[in-house]
Design a protein around this ligand. Sequence first.
Ligand SMILES: [Zn+2]
Ligand SMILES: [Zn+2]
Length: 329
Amino acid sequence: MTDIAPDPETARWHYHPEGPVGLNPLFSWPPRPAAVLKWYSGAWLQITSLTLCMVLAIIAYAFFFPALETMQSFAPGWMFRIWLLNMVPQILVAGGLHWWLYMRKGQGMYKKFDRRDLTRNNGTFTFRNQVWDNIWWTLGSAMTVATVYQWIIYWAMANGWAPTITWAEAPVWFVVWMMFIPMWSGLHFYWVHRLEHHPKLYKHVHAVHHRNVNIGPWSGISNHWYENLLYFTTYFIHLIVPSHPLHLLFHSSFQQISPVLSHSGFEKLKAGETEAARAGDFFHQLHHRYFECNYGTSEIPFDKWFGTYHDGSAEATTRTRAYKKQMYT
Ligand SMILES: [Zn+2]
Ligand SMILES: [Zn+2]
């Protein structure tokens, strides 16, 4: 017997990480340099969504990206190629992960957060099927909006209307800006996402993403058209901040592919008996279960600063439910 009440919510998870969900220690006070080093080496020196997106962006640039000069006017050739550069990696990564984790069940239930399988035969979803619903909103809605925004930016870059740099001109800025992109994306996401949780916008728009309480790889950017119109405005920073096309390729890869991993539903991917890669993000998994918490990412602790941080504990669940109640009454 213990005098600590058991947390009934814990039993609803199949697996969850021990202790409070981690936040980037860069913002801790007093400073914790060793923890910061561990955070960033964990993100950049192993297979994570960051490193995968970087590799995908470099492959896209080196082998498939049209010459910038060809993009000075809107022409079907390069525009189609940009659409393919969005579609192909999305289908390969989301389709591949879905096949491995949910069809082939390649690692069984190992480090799977939710006990349940993805939903079938349920009228909440388009086509009454969660996976087909998610594929439609990803490949139909998200890829279309992302592609159109990228067309505009590349066209502006090609015509000299957006500030561009080359590696030879500004190697330091090239690297610094590249490293900063995930942080910009996190900052932009927090505010757009908070806006989408306004009850009116939530009901008509963001609810499409939140049909998925139990998430899978295709849920990552399974968003309503209006949500995508907002979500992908993050790319327009390249109209202001001096960038190379590779910055936008990395940015788009990060914005489109990393949610596939973070929504995969599994914390780690296993190859044989070893953990090969980081995938799911319990921080965001909590958002899908409890809604009015963890609007941002763990990269910048906005949720901690604004009192919406859910660290996975029973107290945080109680607090979130109280906040949700006052929000909708
Ligand atoms: Zn949300
Ligand atoms: Zn989500």
